[in-house]
Each structure stands twice: as C-alpha cells, then as structure tokens.
Design a protein. Structure first.
Length: 466
C-alpha cells in the first residue's frame, strides 16, 4: 500500500521540481526525533480520547518497528515522499494500513518540523557542552603545567610586556567560559515545544500540548501558535553563538600558527596535529590550527544564510524556512569535528622554553617598568616615556639589550637612570611587580588558575550526550 496522490493536483510533481524541493536527502538525520515526537503525540491523542486506544497501540508498534529498521539500516528514505516526516508516515502506512493516517490528527508538518529541530538541537547543546569543556580543560592543564613560563605579551603584534604563559591561557579560558554561559542560556530558551500550533492557528481537537512537552522533557510550550511555527530564533541564536565561539577559537588558532613558526618558535605541535609539505621536506605545518581559523568563515556564512532567509518572511510558515536545516547541520558538523581536534591539539602541544627565554632576553618588554621607576622618583610619565624611548632607540642602533648595558654606557646615553635599576628588569621581576587581581602577577595567576579549576570541576558535564 502506498500513499495516495494529493487530490488537489491532477498530475504528479515534475521530477526536476521534486528534486529541487525535496529535503529527505538532508533532513533524514531528524528521523529519530521525528519518531520521538510522533510517539509523544500519539500517546497524547489516546489519553485525550481523540483517537481510540487500539489505534494508538497499532501506531506505536509501527513507530517502534520503523525505529528498529532505521537503527539496522534496512530502511532508507525515498525522495518521492519529500521529507523525513512523510517518509515516516508512508512507511507506517505500509506497516499498519490506513490507521497510520490517524497519527497526523491535530498536527501539521509546520509544528512537527519545528519540534524535531528543538529536540535535535537539545542534544547538540549537550554534546557541545562536553566538547567545549574538553577544550577549556586542555587549556587549563597546559597553564598549570607551565606556570613558571614567561612569554612576551603583544600589542599590535609587537612585543609589549612580559606575561605568564598561564595568564595568556586564562584569557582564552575566560572567553570560553562566556561561551559556555551563553550556551546554557540558549538551552533554557530552546526547551519549549511548538506542537499544538498546527499549521499556524492551533487545532480544533482537544489536544494537550503541555503534556506532550512534559513527555518530551521540554520545559514549556510556545505562548503563541503563529510564533511557534514561524520561530527560527533558536537556530539563529545557536549560529550566532557558534560564530562568536569561532571568533575566539580562530584568534587562538592564529596565535598557535604564529607561535609554531620558526620566527617565533614558542611551541611545537605534536606530530598527530601537524602535516608535511608535498614538496618541502623540512615543513611542519600547523594544519589543525589553520583550519580552525579557516572554518570560522564557514560558520559566519551559515549564520548570514539563515538571517537572510528569515529577514523578509511574513508570518507564518514558508518553504524558504527549509533552508535552515542544511545551514544549521553544517555548523553542527563543523563544531563537532573541530572542538575535539582543538582539545587534542592543545593537550599535546609542547612549549619551547629555551627558545622563549632567548627571545625574552632580546627584546625591550621591560621598558615600561623602567619608565615607571623614573615616575616613582618624581619624573612626569611623559618625560620618562621620552627618556626610555631614547635609550631603547640607541640600544637598537648599538645592538644591545637591557641586560648588556654597562654603567658607562648608561651614563652616556641615559644619565637619569641608575645602573642598579637594570638588574630589576628581568622578566620575573617585572611580572612580580603586577599588583591587580586581574594581572599577570604570579600570585594572582595562581589564584585564577585555582578558580578556573574549581569552575571546571563544578561544571563537569553530567548529562548523557547521545
């Protein structure tokens, strides 16, 4: 038995139009959620007496068989049924006969697909929390293992002031914590059911949307039936969240690319996260970090796709909204491949400590502290800035650094500076003078690391990610 042709039309759909409009090729990944929603819906139809209990039992048995066939791979979608929803209904009709048609009582594909996406995205959020936690844990572990390592901090990509490597890691952890909090906030808004809205106005049947929402583990229903079927805010918000996350990860990826270069040499990527060149045998390319940077554009583009699709649509549902799925699925797939790779890359990279120490000895990142010493003696900061700038300029011309300066040289070039001060310009001494809780001062960084570890321990994902 097959589904009857829609009586509204005298001819079947044109093949080209069918291939153009069908979504079964990409929305098939929703089938588990479609069956889950249908099971809750038909159970409610039985409880409310809208359809007989015997029909409910037959439909539930048929849905369970479809679920088994999907799990075994013995049933695959058919394009002529357009989408995952009609494929399920068609297969149910084949299994149990005309009673299958009662499943759609009091429901539209409009509220059905919206529910499927809510359920799908709920599981996505659970998985992302675990994956994001893994990235933060990898960063924190690197910071804890290398608490004594000092690196140059940069502004304008110019060496500016010395900082603890751990302090640098904590900056990214702070960004990712905000991403985590935004994800949790989104999960709260996501947990609502549109089922009961019908096509747009509700349904004349005495359905119980609140009971269906509760059965599916959703917190509440939509307050407005038109909003329920027209809303794609939860998908746009997810992709906006993903875009901001990718901004943070792309910046991290860019720094790792720089730091792993011969010019910097601060880190060495593990072999498993590096690639070679097809022609240059000496190369160790940081491909994972580069692709993290590159994938950001892909995520941003998908956000723009959905924003553009939705911006001109009057209420309520339109086929344009079918475009949400491929864009969202692509972002989900991107993050689910990217986040574990980032965690592994961070966990396995090693710091080139000797190279970093050599680099620190060859810059002038203690210059600001030297100016501040003059200020402490009463000199206006702008004058002190000028004095130290003159000294650094001469040191560059003479190919010298602070630690190489002799008393005679200093009396000649910058007589305002006591030579003894030069001993106070070591990286350890410089960072040790930082006095704010947010600073790179070692005692404050140690406290921040402890708080970050407490946060990660407290927020360890405990939900079972499917």
């Amino acid at each position: 038995m097959t589904m009857a042709r829609n009586p509204r039309f005298s001819k079947a759909a044109d093949d080209a139009a069918l291939h153009f409009t069908a979504s079964a090729g990409f929305d098939w990944r929703l089938i588990r959620y479609d069956i889950q929603g249908s099971q809750a819906h038909v159970a409610m139809l039985g409880r409310t007496g809208i359809i007989p209990a015997d029909d409910v039992a037959q439909i539930q048995a048929g849905l369970e068989q479809i679920e088994e066939e999907v799990a075994s791979g013995s049933w695959v979608p058919r394009l002529e049924y357009e989408d995952v929803h009609m494929n399920v209904e068609a297969r149910l009709l084949e299994l149990i006969g005309p009673v299958a048609g009662k499943l759609h009582t009091g429901r539209s594909r409009n509220d059905q697909v919206a529910l499927d996406m809510h359920l799908f995205m709920r599981d996505v959020g659970i998985r992302h929390k675990q994956q994001l936690w893994d990235v933060m844990e990898a960063l924190l572990s690197q910071a804890e293992r290398n608490l004594d390592v000092i690196i140059p901090g940069y502004t304008h990509l110019q060496a500016a002031q010395p900082i603890l490597f751990a302090h640098h890691c904590l900056a990214y952890i702070a960004m990712l914590q905000r991403d985590w909090e935004r994800l949790e906030d989104w999960q709260r808004r996501l947990s609502m059911s549109p089922l009961g809205a019908g096509a747009l106005s509700g349904t004349p049947y005495p359905t119980d949307p609140e009971a269906v929402a509760a059965a599916l583990g959703l917190d509440r229903t939509y307050a407005n039936s038109m909003d329920a079927v027209a809303d794609r805010d939860f998908l746009i918000e997810y992709m906006a969240w993903a875009s901001l996350l990718m901004v943070h990860l792309s910046r991290l990826g860019e720094e790792l690319v720089l730091w792993s270069s011969h010019e910097f040499g601060f880190i060495r990527m593990a072999d498993g996260y590096s690639t070679g060149s097809s022609i240059m045998p000496q190369k160790r390319n940081p491909d994972v970090a580069e692709l993290v940077r590159g994938k950001a554009g892909r995520v941003f583009g998908n956000l723009m796709t959905l924003l553009t699709v939705m911006k001109g649509l009057p209420l309520a549902y339109h086929s344009d909204m079918q475009e949400d799925k491929e864009a969202v699925f692509d972002v989900v797939d991107t993050l689910e491949a990217l986040l574990p790779a980032v965690a592994g890359m961070l966990r396995t990279m090693t710091l080139q400590k000797e190279r970093i120490q050599v680099r620190l000895a060859q810059d002038y990142t203690a210059a600001t502290d030297l100016a501040d010493m003059l200020v402490a003696e009463g000199m206006p900061f702008r004058e002190a800035h000028h004095v130290i700038g003159r000294l650094v300029t001469q040191l560059e011309l003479d190919h010298q650094h602070f630690q190489e300066v002799t008393p005679d040289y200093l009396r000649r070039v910058a007589p305002e500076i006591p030579w003894e001060w030069m001993k106070k310009l070591t990286p350890d001494a410089v960072i040790g003078r930082r006095q704010q809780s947010m600073s790179t001062g070692p005692k404050f960084v140690a406290i921040a690391l402890g708080k970050a570890r407490e946060w990660l321990t407290r927020e360890t994902p405990r939900e079972e990610a499917p």
